[in-house]
Design a binder for this molecule. Structure first.
Ligand code: CO
Length: 498
């Protein structure tokens, strides 16, 4: 290996290690930190962020990148690492320090204003800071640059290489097909009883059951752990991945599906190749692909009948009160569909309508078709046409999510992209692995995990999301996989033909 490349790789790995440290600081802050240490943690994180930014934008990094980009004989792996570091370097150097500081200041002000406004159901008190934040993000887009639309530059932070126009076309097809399916399910006369999932479930028993589930699905507890956090999340990668859950002592669903979801994220992070540790070849492709892993395990696998054929007897072993419950009834109980205002409480059928609405707002703002004072009207009108519910106040409408206050613009679409990636990948896995779902019923999840390891996890950032999907499944992004899955699953649960 030549000197320039090995110097470069040294910097890359150091940045990777710093990133991992940042993750640990966050994990600790959300789990075990003593209350008195919280203010220190903000200082520690700011110090670390400063160091990462300095290293990433350093003259040395810039020089090595420009030398290596011109080098004709880099190996394919090396080319990917150089390409991805060049993207990070370019983005980090493009945004002036003053702008970043202005954003971080506005972030804390806007978040406080958002908390108050949501409580008071008063959008107008939040609007000026939201307008300011959106203006700052528009400046970010100008600094970073884009070929087609300013929103591209924001989307690129969460879903690299994806373009606004692509998402727009995909979502508009998806929404037009999804709306009628959703209303047929919601308007049918069948009522699904969710009482089998509710009852008295002490935390200790739930925890024992969750550990059994995540261990068997393939989350490696030698290289990971599971703790409690109010807003569950996953951090870390490779040899140190940490997931979190929250328990509801009267309802199994938050902890069970939360744990399967986070373990799905965790198995992705544990699935990179050792030799690439702390380089972009051991990093996730995008938030959308990350979410495809968690949603595949949570919804397609974890809310399916074969899964519960194996796990219901174990659940009954932990909670003998469940002993009379039939597997079909339990599976129905964990797949109820209902109209709701709040995205994070929505089921997998209605969820994507909540998400696509948010993308439509962001897209309209950044293409100059919508002004911030008009957001509630725009929101409420579309919400009613998609979900058939009249929004009673902005707390249950456009004020419900934290994302906009902290400047996370371009983030929402990744949730629905994840859904689409998940079913498309899963359909291919099912084709490649005969009897896949019979394996689940036997408690064997290694077939699916091995397939994901080979086709997705071990690839790191080698390909962009659309390229990966195309290479693995042989076709471009196709929302029909998800629609077929919905129709089949919910047709059976609700006893209707969709
Ligand atoms: Co997730």
């Amino acid at each position: 290996m030549d000197k320039d490349y090995s110097d470069f790789l040294g910097l890359v790995k150091e940045l990777g290690a710093l990133d991992q440290i940042g993750g640990l600081l966050t994990w600790d802050e959300e789990t075990y930190i003593p209350p008195g240490a919280v203010p220190d943690r903000a200082i520690q994180k700011a110090a670390l962020t400063g160091i990462v930014h300095e290293r990433l934008t350093s003259k040395k990094m810039g020089r090595l990148l420009s030398v290596l980009k011109k080098r004709p004989r880099l190996a394919p792996d090396q080319r990917v690492i150089v390409r991805e570091m060049a993207r990070k370097h370019k983005r980090a150097t493009a945004i002036p320090k003053e702008l970043l500081q202005e954003i971080s200041k506005t972030e804390s002000l806007a978040m406080q204003a958002w908390v108050k406004a949501r409580k008071a159901r008063d959008y107008r008190s939040f609007e000026p800071l939201l307008r300011k934040m959106l203006g700052l993000k528009a400046r970010v887009a100008e600094c970073v640059g884009y070929e087609d639309r300013p929103y591209d530059a924001l989307l690129d932070e969460y879903e690299p290489y994806m373009k606004t126009a692509e998402v727009e076309a995909l979502f508009s097809r998806f929404r037009d097909k999804l709306v009628p399916v959703v209303s047929r399910i919601l308007d049918c006369s069948t009522k699904v009883d969710d009482s089998p999932a509710r009852g008295d479930f002490p935390e200790e028993g739930q925890r024992r059951f969750l550990m059994e589930i995540i261990r068997q699905t393939g989350y490696d507890l030698e290289r990971g752990r599971m703790d409690v956090a109010p807003h569950p999340f996953t951090v870390g990668s490779m040899r140190d991945v940490r997931i979190t859950v929250r328990y509801d002592p009267h309802d199994l669903r938050p902890a069970v599906f939360g744990a399967i979801h986070e373990a799905g994220h965790g198995m992705y992070e544990q699935g990179y190749l050792e030799k690439y540790y702390h380089t972009p070849l051991a990093e996730s492709i995008s938030l959308g692909i990350h979410e495809s892993q968690s949603r595949m395990w949570e919804n397609i696998v974890g809310r399916g009948l074969p899964f519960w054929r194996h796990f219901l007897p174990k659940l009954q072993g932990v909670f003998p009160s469940m002993s009379g419950v039939r597997v079909e009834d339990f599976q129905r109980a964990v797949n109820t569909v209902k109209r709701s205002f709040i995205r994070v409480e929505a089921d997998e059928v209605t969820y994507n309508l909540h998400v696509m609405l948010r993308f439509e707002v962001e897209n309209a703002i950044f293409s100059g078709k919508l002004k911030t004072p008009e957001i509630p009207g725009f929101w409420n009108e579309r919400f009613e046409s998609y979900l058939g519910l009249r929004v009673p106040d902005d707390a249950q409408g456009c004020l419900q999510d934290i994302h906009w206050s902290i400047g996370a613009l371009g983030y929402f679409p990744t949730y629905s992209l994840g859904t689409i990636y998940a079913t498309q990948l899963y359909d291919k896995a099912k084709k490649d692995i005969p009897g896949l779902e019979d394996q689940f019923a036997q408690g064997n999840f290694g077939g699916l995990l091995g397939w994901l390891r080979k086709n997705v996890h071990s690839q790191g950032k080698r390909y962009g999301a659309s390229d990966l999907i195309k290479r693995v499944t042989g076709e471009g992004l196709n929302e029909d996989h998800f629609l077929r899955y919905l129709k089949q699953k919910y047709g059976a649960i609700y006893g209707i033909s969709l």
